[in-house]
Design a binder for this molecule. Structure first.
Ligand SMILES: [Zn+2]
Length: 267
């Protein structure tokens, strides 16, 4: 290790500023340290941001998009709807830019043709993941586009040197990776246990509470109906944790202190 910097953190194993230190962090996590500690410090430290990106592998270990979405919500401290994607962006150290504002970058990387075909894409600028999105879409559609691209990043579909090439509304011919990214986005923005806790059923209710498009909300409403029919809620520890995290928000909504769509935070 050439450079080692001791960083003041609740997790004393995070004492590194070099690639070799990744193993120290990983060991610390195995010993049960909370990701939250890493995240809290990471925001103030570029070297920890680098390490955090290396740790995306931890999310890939979550077998499916659903569990990865729940884990991200928990790790980023999200506790209300609509999900604030700015928090996740900052915690994960992802740069997000509209096609319009990234014009020079798009030309430099020869991405113009691709931006015509897709509402969003992701690539790495060095070690930094960059999401580009079409500002021509509605704000609700843009939220889903960004969540979809975050899915490609955390599920390990894109790496330095590669680029995502599709971000459209879901269709039956989608590849497994596209399906996974859409599943991740839907579960990130509209977690089933929270919709269940708030007793939201219709596409209109879900769209308003989660700030997603009517089309995305219709898919979610159909899925919720299946889950209701099977009474399939809170069946995993991760989902129970998430439900607990959202409890104060759900209680406030149910006591009519706030409405789910009211706690809008700027994205
Ligand atoms: Zn995609």
């Amino acid at each position: 290790m050439e450079r080692v910097k001791f960083i003041s953190t609740p997790c004393p194993a995070l004492v590194l500023q070099h690639r070799g230190g990744i193993f120290i962090v990983a060991a610390a996590l195995y010993q049960g340290y909370n990701y939250q500690h890493l995240l809290a410090d990471k925001a103030h430290n570029a070297s920890l941001q680098f390490l955090w990106r290396c740790l995306f592998v931890s999310y890939k270990d979550y077998q499916n998009a659903r569990d990865a979405a729940w884990k991200i919500l928990l790790d980023c401290g999200i506790d209300r709807l609509p999900v604030n994607l700015n928090i996740i962006r900052d915690q994960l150290g992802v740069r997000i830019v509209s096609y319009k504002d990234a014009k020079a970058l798009i030309q430099k990387r020869n991405l113009t043709a691709l931006t015509v075909q897709t509402d969003g894409l992701t690539f790495y600028a060095g070690e930094e993941p960059v999401i580009l999105y079409s500002e021509a879409c509605s704000p609700e559609r843009i939220r889903f586009t960004i969540a979809h691209e975050l899915g490609h990043i955390v599920l390990g579909h894109v790496a330095p040197g590669s680029i995502t090439t599709k971000n459209r509304e879901p269709s039956p011919g989608d590849s497994p990776q596209e399906t996974a990214a859409n599943q991740f986005a839907a579960r990130l923005l509209a977690p089933a246990c929270v919709l269940w806790g708030l007793d939201l059923h219709t596409a209109d209710e879900i769209a308003a509470a989660c700030r997603i498009s009517k089309q995305a909300a219709r898919f979610r409403a159909e899925r919720m109906k299946t889950l209701h029919d099977r009474n399939k809620f809170l069946s995993s520890l991760l989902e129970r944790k998430l439900y607990q995290r959202f409890m104060p928000f759900m209680e406030a909504v149910c006591c009519r202190e706030v409405r789910p769509g009211e706690s809008l935070q700027s994205d």
